[in-house]
Every structure is written in C-alpha cells, then in structure tokens.
Design a protein around this ligand. Sequence first.
Ligand SMILES: NC(=O)c1ccc[n+]([C@@H]2O[C@H](COP(=O)([O-])OP(=O)(O)OC[C@H]3O[C@@H](n4cnc5c(N)ncnc54)[C@H](O)[C@@H]3O)[C@@H](O)[C@H]2O)c1
Length: 309
Amino acid sequence: MKILVTGALGFIGKSLFAALKKEGYEVQGIDLVIADYDDYIRADITYFEDVWKLFKDNNGFDMVIHLAGEVGRLNGEEYPQRMIYVNEFGTLNLIKMCIEYKSKLVYFSTSEVYGTLFDEKEVMEEDFNVLSPTKVTNIYAMSKLFGEGIVNHYVKNYGLLAVGIRPFMVYGPGVIASKYKSAIDQFIYNALNDNLFTVHKSSERAWCYVDDFVNGVLTVIKHHEFKEKNYETYNIGTQEYIATEELAKLILELTGKPYDLMRVVELPDKFISGRKRFFNEKLRKLGWEQKVPLREGLMKVIEWYRGMM
Ligand SMILES: NC(=O)c1ccc[n+]([C@@H]2O[C@H](COP(=O)([O-])OP(=O)(O)OC[C@H]3O[C@@H](n4cnc5c(N)ncnc54)[C@H](O)[C@@H]3O)[C@@H](O)[C@H]2O)c1
C-alpha cells in the first residue's frame, strides 16, 4: 500500500512516518521545509499546484494520512486567519485529489472538537448531531470541526472514503517547549531550567505517549472498514487520567526539583476545558491497548530534554 503522510516532519508525523516504513508500507512524506530526506518532498497543502503535482508524479496514493496544518489553541487565537486558511483550504485540496485518484483519506481532527460537551459528560465518538460550532471553545477546534464537516460532505456526496482521528493529549520526545506547546513540555522544560511555571487548578487530562498513539493510528488503518457514504471517527488516547497539579508534582519529582517551582493558578474562563473525559472502546475493540504508562513516558521525555541542554 502506498501512503502519503502530510505534516511528515511534525511531532506526530515523524513517528508515524517511521512506524509506517517499519511496517513495510511505501510512504511519501510532505511538509513545508525544503530538505532532501528520503521519501520526502516539500509541498504546501494550501497550494493546489503542489498537491496536484504530488498526486500526478506518484500516480496517486492508496491512502492519505492528513496531519499537516496549523495546530494548537493559542496559535489559533493569535493567528485565526492563517489557521482557518491552512486547515480548510489545505484539506479541500487534498480531498479533491483523493477523489480524483480514489485515495482513502485519514483526517486528523482533535479532541478539542468536543468543546463544552466535556463539561456535560464523558464523550464518545459523537457525530454532527451532537457536535456544534457553538460548543467549541477556540478557533483551533472550530477549524478542525469544520474540516470534519468538509470531509463528511465529500464522503456523503462525492464518493470519498474517509475516516477521522481525534487525538487526545499526545506527548513524547522531540517537541521544543513554548507557550504554544503542551503542559508536559512546558513543565519539564521549566523544571529542568529551574524556572517558575504556572499550573491550572481544576484541570485533568489523560496523556498518550506518542508510540501508543501511532499504534492507534496503525490499528485504525489496518482494521477500520471504510464504507461508502459513511464518515466515522475514532478517539485515540488513554484513560490514565491525572489532575494537572498532580502531573506537575510528578514531573518535579522525576526531575528532582522542588515543588515550589510550580504556581497553581485558576483555570482560564475561556478557550480551554477543565476535564476531558472520553471513551476509547471503539479503538480498543479493534485490538489497541496502552503500552506506555505515564511515568515511563515522562522519563523518556525528560531524558530527551536533558540531552538537549
Ligand atoms: N499533538 C497532539 O496532542 C494533537 C492533539 C490533537 C490533534 N492533533 C493533530 O495531529 C496533527 C499533527 O499534530 P502535531 O502535534 O504533530 O503538530 P505539528 O505542528 O508538530 O505538525 C504539523 C506539521 O504540519 C506542517 N504544516 C503546516 N502547514 C502546512 C502546509 N501548509 N503544508 C504542508 N505542511 C504544513 C508543519 O510544518 C508541521 O510539521 C495535527 O493535525 C494536529 O491538529 C495533535
């Protein structure tokens, strides 16, 4: 099977690309950077010519795993036009070529699409009868929900075969910490550098180590049954819930730093959910299970940051 991975140089893209290769798939990666890596070409998904040429030169793909895009809550609030433009136009360009070449599409959405539903219940793979642009809490979620809407439209009306992935709190080595990146990256980076850092009160998450997440994606592409006119999604993440205050303490313990580096602050009243509880039975029924416990995964990330110092 010949697979195109968009966003192949991103945090998840890099691991997914390597895992697909290891599994014996023929893989082509694209991203924005000019580089002469094996099986990689520079292509901007918002340039239809780039996407058109990519499909033409490769005589299409059996599957497109579409990760490329503008990512993150804060990024979306600071650069909303860019986020909407890249995530919608880029997705549309890929959809057009997937239909032309009969490529299956694996669309990367986000857990953020559930928005305020997290305040009401443990979410399942809710569909468009339940999800709503009035329930999401940030532009990033809006761009991904609209992206899912576009994919669903082309599935229902134009014969596209597609499945959606909703990742929950993926972490692992390789991310450069900043205010745009995850709490785990910020906590570890600041702890190792003896910087004070803030931690949200009343916040709780279940984190998923990148290898487990990538296995989740492999599980979906191997076992999901693509059906005509049927757009389905999978929550991919673990059920190892931890309060964010406890996560910060654990990171301070594992890095050997004092608890007084953390400052507990109120959860912001917008753009973010307190708890994100969800079901992942659908993925587990396909044979997936968590392999890397949080403590073990955190140690790998801490070692990676230490190697960067
Ligand atoms: N990391 C998570 O926990 C998480 C959670 C929910 C959803 N996701 C989704 O998973 C996907 C991958 O996330 P990630 O954490 O690896 O993010 P990332 O930012 O590391 O990777 C995204 C990649 O897309 C590339 N890109 C951006 N615009 C592009 C364009 N116009 N053309 C081609 N490439 C472009 C970037 O250069 C980058 O390498 C994204 O779609 C993201 O929304 C991730």
